[in-house]
Ligand binder design. Structure first.
Ligand code: ADP
Ligand code: MG
Length: 364
């Protein structure tokens, strides 16, 4: 019997929201919370999966019986990865034990952390020799086709490829990546993550409608994607678009510029500028793309009022989490201020996490 243990982190997207489907750039980083997968080979073809976070549901199947599971069974995440890697040379059963410290369902991608910890362990245990790019595609395929969630490739890419003290610039057009220095610790800064615990019903319809607006702008302007037009050219051509289509596309073209401006600011270690860009991103998501919600706005406003360099909502919107770039010395006071603002508005209490940009998946 051979055993390998690997860990993979969750993630936060610093900037670049709602532009992955317009061929844009995203700039996520790995958080310090990780999921660990310990995998031991067996003499037979049986596969068992257990998780410290799901003590009542140990799942048992065999290598020959792997097929997409229906329903909410958590085991479909690790089994999807085994399924997606099987043809590469897995011929034995295994026992998989998961322990996840990434909060589940808080928008920090516990799902990608789980998939990438399993993929990293399998790659080593069975000597599959897959590159990080290949592992990103494999884990995305597991989540799309086996779990049944149509996610992009950002979460898996950053969980696998991140470096401590860096954010990962991911080009959603060709999936090329570049590590960008994000050395906030040495500047006394940290990221406060505020999980609003709000989930408004608009999520699905709202997403599809906005995506359709971006596609309409592309079609009516006769361009290949919103990536291919400058902000100035978009403003000039915008008179040809109806107001709603225009303003949605305007978010996309300005957000793409903000990501590249953030990269420049990080390279110059200008964190004041990074903060301003986070604030502008939030304003654009709130007023132009209209995907924010009262809880996210209160979290962002309170963070800025209590000294954050910048703050914005992250993720799809209508709930979920916000981030604030803030001084480490200020974090406790800021948490209290945000909690007080939530209670004054009669919102559910928020949850807080802090993180520095951390290392991607590896065998431990
Ligand atoms: P997010 O990725 O934002 O945390 P998702 O809904 O995409 O939210 O993924 C959360 C799901 O992933 C959980 O409901 C569970 O099925 C599975 N999961 C993640 N981590 C674990 C874990 N440590 N143990 C068991 N299941 C997990
Ligand atoms: Mg997820």
């Amino acid at each position: 019997m051979a055993t390998v243990r690997a860990q993979a982190p969750g993630r936060v997207n610093l900037i670049g929201e709602h532009i992955d489907y317009s061929d844009g750039f995203v700039l996520p980083f790995a958080i310090s919370s990780v999921t660990t997968a310990t995998i031991s080979t067996r003499e037979d073809l049986v596969i068992t999966v257990a998780s410290a976070q799901r003590p009542k549901s140990v799942y048992r199947t065999t290598l020959d019986d792997l097929a997409p599971l229906t329903g909410e069974e958590w085991a479909r995440y690790p089994l999807g990865v085994v399924w997606a890697m099987k043809e590469l040379g897995i011929e034995q059963g295994m026992d998989i034990v998961i322990d996840g410290k990434v909060p589940l369902g808080a928008g920090l991608s516990s799902s990608a952390a789980l998939e990438c910890s399993v993929a990293t362990a399998l790659n080593s245990l069975f000597h599959l020799k897959q590159s990080l790019e290949e592992l990103a595609r494999i884990t995305q395929r597991a989540e799309n086709q086996y779990v049944g969630v149509p996610c992009g490739i950002m979460d898996q890419s950053v969980s696998l490829m991140a470096h401590e003290g860096s954010a990962l610039l991911l080009d959603c057009r060709d999936l090329s990546t570049r590590n960008i220095p994000f050395e906030i610790a040495s500047h006394g800064l940290e990221l406060l993550i505020i999980d609003t615990q709000a989930h408004h019903a608009l999520v699905d319809g709202g997403y599809a409608e906005r995506r359709a607006s971006c596609e309409k702008a592309v079609a009516e302007l006769g361009i290949t994607s919103l990536r291919d037009i400058s902000v100035a050219d978009y403003i000039a051509a915008g008179t040809r678009l109806d107001d709603l289509t225009y303003i949605r596309g305007f978010h996309a073209v300005t957000e793409m510029k903000r990501v590249l401006d953030t990269v420049q600011a990080l390279e110059a270690e200008d964190f004041t500028k990074v903060g301003q860009l986070l604030n502008e991103s939030h304003r654009s998501l709130r007023d132009d793309y209209t995907v924010s919600c009262p809880e996210l706005n209160v979290a962002v406003d309170a963070a800025i009022e209590f000294g954050a360099l910048g703050a914005r909502m992250v993720g799809g919107g209508f709930g979920g989490s916000a981030i604030a770039l803030t001084r480490q010395s200020n974090i406790e006071e800021m948490k209290r201020a945000i909690s007080a603002a939530f209670s004054a508005n009669r919102f559910k209490s928020p949850r807080f996490f802090t993180s520095l940009p951390s290392e991607g998946a590896h065998v431990i």
